[in-house]
Ligand binder design. Structure first.
Ligand code: GUN
Length: 329
């Protein structure tokens, strides 16, 4: 049983997610009163972080300093990308940042995009720059990402920032891995000496979070196993995890039989699945079967409202660091 240094959570009979766990098929199957896990609330935590950032912006204003400014470049009309970028711009307004949204046509040339990145690199009023991914197939993500000035790379995607993160030098850490670590920190979850299994080796989440969890930091100091599509005996391996981070992009992949009693479970997945009982016709689920896994876990992130909201909070935090020149002096 993993020890989580956090206050005992009282059972609240009116709490919907608690009801869900208590009546889950896992609990019924094993005729066992489930332990009540800590719900790691990313929505609440991200609001707290945004409030902290907004308070700092007020201070900067009162000191007559420069307001942080984020520029986002969006190529084309992909619906999901428009939604994400819209949410980023809206969050900038919420915390008092300035923001610039640069929209480029779907058929923009690579040269034009690179020129736009250079222009923003050279604009002293802009502190942070993100180019929303994915880009159209004919544009080299490698060329575009490498063109972003490391000092303005608040996504933490450039080779300079990824390298510095691996070396544990000051760097911008990309939004989702940073959000996961921040949740573990704010919920005071003990990580030192624990076995952390990360499922998924993407450049945006799995690989960087595996580095962060192994660093000589708190959170960190885990023994990390990075599992992926070629990993043998994945269910058995996952079951050895004290901390299980799931970022492989398959709805409901992790089931209760893959989770150790008392594990901390972080679900990075987010998927729409059809649900005729909902007015919208769909509901959001993660990579983890929430109800049955929550009945075994000591702490778990829900979907939605877990890791997702933390990503924008991390981006805003990096933009504040950029404006205050905290990473590159
Ligand atoms: N596409 C999906 N996630 C991200 C992100 O964090 N940053 C950028 N720039 N594009 C994305």
């Amino acid at each position: 049983m993993i020890v989580v240094s956090i206050r005992k959570v009282k059972y609240d009979k009116n709490n919907e997610w608690e009801k869900l766990i208590r009546t889950s098929s896992f609990s019924r199957l094993f005729k066992k009163e489930p332990t009540m896990p800590i719900l790691i609330d990313g929505k609440k935590t991200s609001e707290e972080i945004k409030n902290e950032i907004a308070a700092r912006v007020m201070e900067i204003k009162s000191e007559g300093g420069k307001i942080p400014h984020l520029a986002a470049v969006l190529v084309g009309n992909d619906g999901a990308s428009q939604t994400y970028v819209g949410a980023k711009v809206k969050s900038c307004e919420q915390v008092g940042f300035a923001s610039t949204l640069v929209r480029l046509d779907e058929d923009v040339s690579e040269e034009e995009l690179l020129k736009k990145v250079e222009e923003i690199n050279d604009n002293p009023d802009i502190d942070g720059l993100i180019v929303q991914l994915p880009l159209p197939g004919y544009i080299s993500v490698e060329k575009v990402t490498s063109k972003i000035k490391p000092e303005k790379d608040v996504d933490g995607f450039t080779p300079a920032n990824v390298g510095r993160m691996v070396l544990n030098w000051p760097s911008y850490v990309s939004a989702t891995p940073n959000g996961i670590v921040e949740l573990l920190k704010r919920y005071k979850i003990e990580t030192s000496g624990k076995h952390c299994v990360v499922i998924g080796r993407s450049h945006i989440v799995g690989s960087p979070v595996s580095i962060l969890m192994a660093r000589n930091e708190n959170p960190g100091n885990c023994t990390v196993t990075l599992a992926h599509s070629r990993t043998k005996n994945l269910p058995e391996l996952a079951k050895t995890a004290d901390i299980l981070i799931v970022a492989l992009g398959k709805p409901g992949f992790v089931t209760a039989d893959m989770v150790k009693d008392g594990a901390v479970v972080i679900d990075v997945g987010i998927h729409r699945v059809e649900d005729p009982s909902k007015k919208s016709g769909f509901r959001l689920v993660g990579d983890v079967k929430f109800e049955e896994v929550a009945a075994k876990a000591s702490a778990i992130t829900p979907v939605p409202g877990g890791v997702g909201p933390m990503t924008i909070a991390s981006l805003l935090y990096n933009t504040l660091l950029a404006a205050e020149k905290k990473i590159y002096k």
